[in-house]
Ligand binder design. Structure first.
Ligand SMILES: [Zn+2]
Length: 71
């Protein structure tokens, strides 16, 4: 499942987010968020790809640092 329209706070580039369910028993999806295209320079590059288990992409630990607020 791919979620569009996420924007990087560091470089204002487009981010993609993919969710996967690792185990049938897993209640929450595993997220992976990264730049659509690797930016030449982005201050948040060390934080990406952002990965973690959460109900929503904005609930990932570093989400507020990486993601712009939804429009
Ligand atoms: Zn960026």
């Amino acid at each position: 499942m791919i979620h569009a329209s996420l924007v990087c706070r560091g470089c204002f580039g487009t981010l993609y987010a993919v969710t996967t369910i690792c185990a049938p028993a897993a209640r929450l999806p595993t997220w992976e968020v990264d730049h659509d295209h690797t930016p030449t320079s982005c201050p948040l590059r060390p934080l990406l790809p952002l990965q973690g288990v959460a109900a929503h992409v904005y609930e990932l630990p570093e989400a507020t640092r990486v993601l712009s607020e939804p429009a």
